[in-house]
Design a protein. Structure first.
Length: 134
């Protein structure tokens, strides 16, 4: 009997031809959650383990929408009732310390940013190094 694992991650995807990384952030959030954002600012760069590669994390302004997965979202193919689900949702910041996050270092970076402020320049870190962020 295999136990299901519930975990949390951020929305994301690949840059398309002719698109800037900022445009990618806006497009991916809309495609995966229908939420509209604006003014993305790069705050973290995570050198993640394969198959993820380098992850770029943006802080952005909320414009409108409530998160749900549209029928035409690529992630809809990952959802198999009773077996696997993908669901965009709002999570209170106060819950973050208790969530099983795909990237523990990203979770730690987010917690530090909420407590001490967002970095003025993108902060780069790696899963290859196990030392705590400071």
């Amino acid at each position: 009997l295999k136990m299901e694992r519930q975990y949390y991650t951020l929305l994301g995807g690949r840059v398309e031809l002719g698109e800037t990384p900022d445009q990618t952030a806006i497009r991916e959030v809309i495609e995966e959650s229908t939420v509209v954002i604006a003014n993305p600012v790069l705050v973290f760069i995570e050198d993640a383990e394969p198959p993820f590669g380098t992850q770029y994390v943006y802080l952005c302004d909320y414009v409108s929408g409530e998160p749900y997965m549209p029928e035409d979202a690529e992630e809809m193919h990952w959802t198999v009732p009773g077996k696997n689900t993908y669901e965009p949702l709002w999570v209170p910041i106060t819950d973050l310390p208790h969530l099983d996050f795909v990237s523990p270092l990203l979770k730690e970076a987010l917690l530090m940013a909420f407590e001490h402020g967002w970095p003025k320049e993108p902060y780069r870190f790696s899963q290859k190094h196990t030392s705590r962020l400071s």
